[in-house]
Design a protein around this ligand. Structure first.
Ligand SMILES: NC(=O)c1ccc[n+]([C@@H]2O[C@H](COP(=O)([O-])OP(=O)(O)OC[C@H]3O[C@@H](n4cnc5c(N)ncnc54)[C@H](OP(=O)(O)O)[C@@H]3O)[C@@H](O)[C@H]2O)c1
Length: 280
């Protein structure tokens, strides 16, 4: 029987993960299946334990369960501990280990796929939820002169900045308090795009040298990417690359092989473009 993997979330029917992991399995010759599990919060814990009790090999976890997954596992990797959220669970002997591959996925997309390099950049992270928390440490590894977390609810940004104060030059802010000065990199880690909105951020934070990166992705420009293009940002990118890179990191944790992400990213982009053309 092939080894069983899957994605637990609520909802997950829209997920690209079976396509991505299916391609990784074919490219690396792995005998495995990857399925979607619609798991409401009240059933998440019992369903995950049931999956592993039945011999399942590993899972991804997505909204709204990344915090609950951190409480469920026996051990956390250091980066999952820092993120206080788990998107990948694998077995180590009898133990279930929780990992967080979102941050490394973003970093790899920015540096390896998009080829971006900065010296002491000013970085703005929009949002203070699980995704923002998971990427703070990797973004601080870029050696920013300053990393500002701005959130719709400013106190959440300030609390998060305080937690990471020993890791680098981080401060928290509300959207309206942001100074009118362009950043080198703006990462949208809010879920505003899911509601068809861009976060209400002053336009002066975007300059002609600014790279705007939306962790969200979709067929056609997300609202944040469209906003960044209108303002003349140097680059405006969606989170497809982060998606395939975080998945590759999970795949390697489960199977011990690193898949080539380039053909998968190309296939996803081409499917998204076809979907966008079909809609227009
Ligand atoms: N590409 C990838 O591989 C990848 C990986 C992980 C996550 N993501 C994406 O990252 C996004 C955030 O996920 P998450 O887990 O951090 O969610 P979350 O924990 O629910 O946090 C949501 C954040 O978005 C803010 N927000 C929601 N609606 C907003 C609006 N209309 N305007 C401004 N801010 C708004 C919230 O602000 P308040 O605190 O004020 O409520 C909060 O900071 C999602 O779109 C998710 O799909 C992508």
């Amino acid at each position: 029987m092939p080894d069983a993997y899957g994605l637990f979330g609520w909802p997950v029917h829209h997920s690209w993960s079976p396509f991505i992991h299916g391609m990784y399995a074919r490219l690396t010759g792995q005998d495995m299946v990857y399925r979607l599990y619609e798991s409401p919060p009240e059933r998440f814990r019992s369903e995950v334990l049931g999956f592993f009790g039945d011999g399942g090999s590993g899972i991804n976890v997505t909204l709204p369960h990344k915090r609950a997954a951190a409480d469920l596992v026996n051990e956390l990797t250091p980066r999952a501990q820092l993120a206080d959220a788990v998107n990948t669970i694998f077995r180590r002997g009898e133990a279930l280990v929780g990992d967080n591959t979102d941050g490394v996925g973003l970093l790899r997309d920015l540096t390896a796929n998009l080829g971006l390099r900065w010296s002491s950049p000013r970085i703005l992270v929009l949002g203070a939820g699980g995704a923002a928390r998971g990427v703070l440490e990797p973004l601080l590894s870029l050696g920013p002169s300053e990393l500002v977390i701005a959130n719709r609810t400013p106190d959440r940004a300030r609390d998060l900045a305080r937690e990471f104060a020993t890791h680098g030059p981080v401060r928290g802010s509300g959207f309206a308090e942001l100074e009118p000065q362009p950043f080198h990199l703006i990462v949208n880690a809010t879920s505003a795009s899911l509601r068809g909105e861009a976060p209400l951020v002053p336009i002066d934070v975007v300059g002609t040298d600014t790279t705007c990166y939306d962790m969200a992705y979709g067929a056609g420009d997300t609202p944040f990417v469209a906003w960044a293009r209108r303002l003349g940002a140097a680059r405006a990118e969606q989170g497809w690359g982060m998606l395939v890179e975080q998945a590759a990191e999970s795949f390697e944790a489960w199977r011990g092989v690193r898949p080539d992400t380039a053909p998968v990213l190309e296939a996803l982009r081409s499917r998204a473009a076809t979907a966008a053309n079909t809609r227009s």
